[in-house]
Design a protein around this ligand. Structure first.
Ligand code: KIV
Ligand code: ZN
Length: 509
């Protein structure tokens, strides 16, 4: 494959590197839902997980593989025979599967983490790539911490990986250290010096510690890389990975300067961003490029004036191109099932019968309380439903005593594994009282490092979107929920985070 091929393969690792962000744990159903959307929107390769990490991870990768349509499904493996075997099993039901195996190459990793010599690493690459290639035709090899590795040694590693069957060579900037010029030169040098380079695809995998992940990825592409590894909303270890929406829209918008193309249906970008944000409870920063709430908002008079005359005065891409439509009044309490289903389809949701029924009932309840129901309300409501569909602990009802005449108290009923349990507690304010009820019903040790509330839309009858982060023994999870009643949303969000914590603990057990 040569750099005359201008198709850039988009490799999404939201479900693997993204899930490695502290607090971004996803359930099996949530991962499947994200994978289906990614497949649908034309993502070339979906890294579905790290199959050796746990039975839950293995199950997620194999179920995503089994349901995959067009995307290649990749499973990650360390340079260890058991990892590679497990990754091979997990992706085997995919129409097109890939084993992605990696080993550290930098002196700092070799000396302190791996305690191996360069020759030993070359031998490991030979053995593990051979093993992977005996299991599957599509093998990706990554040199971890490649940007802090000597170029000569990295060239040797790539050569061995290619010789023994790797079809994609990934160059991770694992610690987000590179600057665009360096990263460009690195890919260019590898393409020139590595024998066999013309037969494979070079890939970028840039972390965002210096805020350069997207710039480095594009610099890599200009130097001849033809795959970009990235995540929705830039989720990922520490400061995250290159944001998928940013690399795709940069390539789309600046085709004059970047003569490349992707297969991504950009109209599904906003939907993917919202889904990942809802599932992980990681909010999207208001001024985030492409998908932030303000990315297409024009506040100053001069900008508004220009926009009214010609949108191109201040807009380099259209809101529609990422799937952003005018916020529209949806329906009221008289809207029926059919209209609701159509609206969901319009917003990009396809729900099974039970999930649809639950969402419809919540919509009706919302329409009873709230005069104007907007698209954002529907999305918050359905995302909430998706986030809680497999929970062990489900919210049932809540009565709260709040205000200046204390003590503030709450009476909460939760469905615990199918059985209703009621508890009354007091607290330092109503939210504290609710959380004390949950602790009384389901005792646990987790601490609460974050409790956050924001409005979904404008107006005093707006839904409150609450995010709750829980931490227990080094594991953290985030839950979210939206409701016109902030206290109900708080209870649901806490339960959502707690349910995720239970899943992670079970997975790690
Ligand atoms: O950042 C990194 O080096 C990785 C590898 C596993 C590809 O995520
Ligand atoms: Zn990474």
């Amino acid at each position: 494959m040569t750099s005359t091929d201008n198709h850039i393969r988009i490799f999404d690792t939201t479900l693997r590197d993204g899930e490695q962000s502290p607090g971004a744990t996803m359930t099996l159903e949530e991962k499947i839902q994200i994978a289906e959307l990614l497949d649908d929107m034309g993502i070339d390769i979906i890294e579905a997980g790290f199959p050796i990490a746990s039975n839950g991870d293995f199950e997620a990768v194999s179920m995503i593989a089994e349901r995959s349509k067009n995307s290649v499904i990749a499973g990650l493996a360390r340079a260890i025979p058991e990892d590679i075997e497990r990754a091979g099993q997990a992706v085997k039901k995919a129409n097109r599967g890939r084993i992605h195996t990696f080993v550290s190459t930098s002196p700092i990793h070799l000396q302190h983490q791996m305690k191996k010599t360069e020759d030993e690493v070359l031998e490991i690459i030979k053995k593990t790539v051979t093993q992977a290639r005996n299991l599957i035709d599509d093998v990706e090899w990554s040199g971890m911490d490649a940007t802090r590795t000597s170029v000569d040694f990295l060239c040797k590693c790539c050569e061995v990986a290619i010789k023994y069957g790797a079809t994609t060579i990934n160059i991770p900037d694992t610690v987000g250290y590179a600057i665009p010029r360096e990263f460009h030169n690195l890919i260019k040098t590898l393409k020139e010096k590595v024998s066999g380079a013309d037969e494979i695809i070079f890939s970028t995998h840039c972390h965002n510690d210096l805020g350069l992940a997207v710039a480095n990825s594009l610099a890599g592409v200009e130097a001849g890389a033809r795959q970009i590894e990235c995540t929705i909303n830039g989720l990922g270890e520490r400061a995250g990975n290159a944001a998928l929406e940013e690399v795709v829209m940069a390539i789309n918008t600046r085709s004059d300067a970047l003569p490349f193309g992707t297969k991504v249906d950009t109209k599904k970008i906003l939907r993917a961003s919202k889904l990942v944000s809802a599932i992980t409870s990681f909010p999207v920063q208001y001024n985030k490029a492409i998908v932030g709430k303000n990315a297409f908002a024009h506040e100053s008079g001069i900008h508004q004036d220009g926009m009214l005359k010609n949108s191109q005065t201040y807009e380099i891409m259209s809101p529609e191109s990422i799937g952003l439509k005018e916020s529209s009044l949806v329906m009221g309490k008289h809207s029926g099932r059919h209209a609701f289903r159509e609206k969901l389809a319009d917003l990009g949701y396809v729900l099974g019968n039970n999930a649809f029924q639950d969402a419809f009932e919540r919509f009706k309840a919302l329409a009873d309380k709230k005069k104007n129901v907007y698209d954002e309300d529907i999305m918050a409501l359905v995302d909430d439903e998706i986030a809680s569909s497999t929970d062990r602990l489900k919210f049932n009802s809540l009565i709260v005593h709040a205000g200046t005449e204390g003590p503030q108290s709450a009476e909460l009923v939760i469905d615990v594994d199918g059985k209703l349990v009621k508890k009354k507690s007091t607290g330092d304010g109503p939210v504290d009282a609710i959380f004390n009820c949950i602790k009384a019903i389901f005792p646990h040790q987790a601490s609460l490092p974050l409790y956050q509330v924001q409005a979904v839309t404008e107006g005093t009858d707006a839904q409150a979107e609450v995010s709750v982060k829980l931490e227990d023994n080094g594991v953290s999870t985030t839950g979210r929920s939206a409701d016109t009643d902030t206290l109900v949303a708080s209870a649901r969000a806490y339960l959502n985070a707690l349910n995720k914590l239970l899943i992670v603990k079970e997975r790690n057990a």
